[in-house]
Design a protein around this ligand. Structure first.
Ligand code: AMP
Length: 289
């Protein structure tokens, strides 16, 4: 596995495989890898021949400077995990390599006015700018994003369509801990006692699934029931519990096809997110989470 730090070196690394007809798969990450990240590589391998992973903690997407400063890092472990997963090249740029007096930023209208977009000012502008730059640097055929960050995944699909970026976006399922907590690099910050309480987030999604199966369609009824469950775990704050349309991420009063139910809540000082996608099926609705 090659580890490259500059854009020039990455481009020359990829020239060979590309000339030989290899399809390039790309998984962008901020490192501190877990099984969720590795699952994206596994999926990318099913659709491409040469795997690039970036590890870059993108300062401009952090609306909270403390979150940036405390973002966990363990590169040695990341390299071992990436290599074992079959990554061919890790792109590990530093701040100066990615941002030299950047004056151009990418933003997406409407789709960011709810959910995390409403609660993390400037976050998505930083995400789209770095992902757009990484797409131009790597020029992948395929790139895999996690459903875990559903607003990010859906809006990046929109960005590549709107900006005619020739890459296929794949959205990968959420990988969870045995008790249901969605894996996240930030879970490291949860102390043992808080970690146990945080299970209420995925439990609230299970409750939503049960209610939908029973025929409940009101967003207010479903989210109120989820709120009760999350509050029973003593969150330090709840940013949102929302039902939105999948296509434009606008709130809905009643379940539509397809919809997303998304949650963001602080446990201790750690902000956790989770969600489910709801699709109509022959007999009712399927909840994917
Ligand atoms: P991050 O390093 O947190 O920026 O995440 C990099 C990619 O991994 C994003 O596409 C995330 O959605 C994805 N990801 C993070 N956690 C999970 C998870 N538990 N399951 C699946 N994908 C994940």
């Amino acid at each position: 596995m090659k580890i490259v730090k500059t854009i020039a070196e990455l481009r020359s690394t990829l020239a060979g495989p590309r000339a030989n007809g290899a399809r390039i798969g790309f998984v962008p990450t901020m490192g501190y890898l877990h099984r969720g990240h590795i699952s994206l590589v596994e999926i990318s391998k099913q659709h491409s021949d040469y795997q690039v992973m970036s590890i870059f903690v993108n300062r401009i997407q952090f609306n909270d400077p403390k979150d940036f400063e405390t973002y966990p890092v363990d590169l040695k472990r990341d390299f071992d995990m990436a290599e074992a997963a079959g990554v061919d090249a890790v792109f590990l740029p530093d701040d100066a390599e990615m941002y030299r007096a950047q004056r151009t930023f990418v933003d997406i209208e409407l789709l960011t006015n709810h959910l995390c977009g409403a609660h993390r000012p400037g976050h998505f502008r930083g995400v789209y700018t770095v992902v757009c730059k990484l797409f131009n640097i790597v020029q992948p055929d395929v790139s895999v994003f996690g459903q875990k960050d559903i607003q990010q995944a859906i809006t990046i699909e929109r960005m590549v369509a709107d900006l005619n970026i020739p890459v296929r976006i794949i959205i990968a399922p959420i990988v969870r801990e045995p008790d249901g907590l969605a894996m996240s690099s930030r879970n490291k910050h949860l102390g043992a006692e808080v970690r146990e309480r945080a299970v209420v987030i995925s439990r609230s999604l299970r409750r939503a699934e049960e209610l939908i199966a029973q025929g409940v369609r009101s967003a207010g009824d479903i989210t109120a029931s989820m709120r009760e469950i999350i509050e029973s775990g003593g969150p330090s704050a709840i940013d949102y519990i929302s039902m939105v349309r999948y296509d434009d991420l606008q709130p809905v009063d009643r379940l539509e096809d397809p919809s997303v139910i998304a949650v963001a809540s602080f446990f201790g000082s750690t902000r956790l997110i989770d969600n489910m996608i709801i699709n109509k099926t022959n007999g009712g609705y399927a909840c994917i989470w």
